[in-house]
Design a binder for this molecule. Sequence first.
Ligand SMILES: C[S@@+](CC[C@H](N)C(=O)[O-])C[C@H]1O[C@@H](n2cnc3c(N)ncnc32)[C@H](O)[C@@H]1O
Length: 234
Amino acid sequence: MSDQPQPQQAERRNFYGRVHGKTLRASQKDYLAQDLEPLRLKGVTPAENPARQPLDLSFTRGRPLWLEVGFGGGEHLVHMAALYPQAFLIGAEPFVNGIAMLLGKIRAAGVTNLALHPGDVRDLFDVLPAACLEKVFLNYPDPWPKARHHRRRFVTPGYLQLLARAMRPGAEFRVATDIPDYVRQTHEEVPPAGFTLIAEGGPGDHWPDWISTRYEQKALREGRQPHYLTFRRG
Ligand SMILES: C[S@@+](CC[C@H](N)C(=O)[O-])C[C@H]1O[C@@H](n2cnc3c(N)ncnc32)[C@H](O)[C@@H]1O
């Protein structure tokens, strides 16, 4: 795997998740209209950066850069930004209703140490400089339960190679899931991509700074068990 920023051309990719959900409330439309653009990372999409030039990360002002993949309603992202003002966080999420929820939470919390990519995280990986990420959170990734859809999961080489390139050696990768078969695939696929498993636990064994997410709450209501895995980038 090269340490250089890789693709010089935008790659065409399929995204299988939802982008739109329920009708947005008026307040959520306001958040999107007023707050998204100032927080949106520029130069990430192939349309804005067709040559896939690496992003200038000077906006972090030297703070360690953390990423949350698929932040959903944004509770974990805002919680971490508030808890760690010395870090700078990026959240990637294509689901517009989730982005609107996050923007409401950002307003309420008043945090300023974060930026968003309102789209597929793979477009962000393409333009992140190599080894720039110090911590990455993957909370309750889409489970894709049918066997023929397992290749759409985040814990597959297509995603993991991009992730590994963007993470600094020694950086931490956290995965939370409620799907036993996702745990299996995470064990199988993440280490060969350049990571070592350093901790793992079941219900209640979460990270000390964890906040339960919307999806975790739903999983618990429906009787599924959380599972938490921590990897170190080699
Ligand atoms: C099951 S939800 C979990 C949301 C949130 N992390 C939580 O725990 O409540 C998975 C989220 O990942 C997002 N997602 C899926 N594929 C993605 C991708 N390629 N890039 C960024 N986000 C993605 C989905 O839009 C969805 O909101």
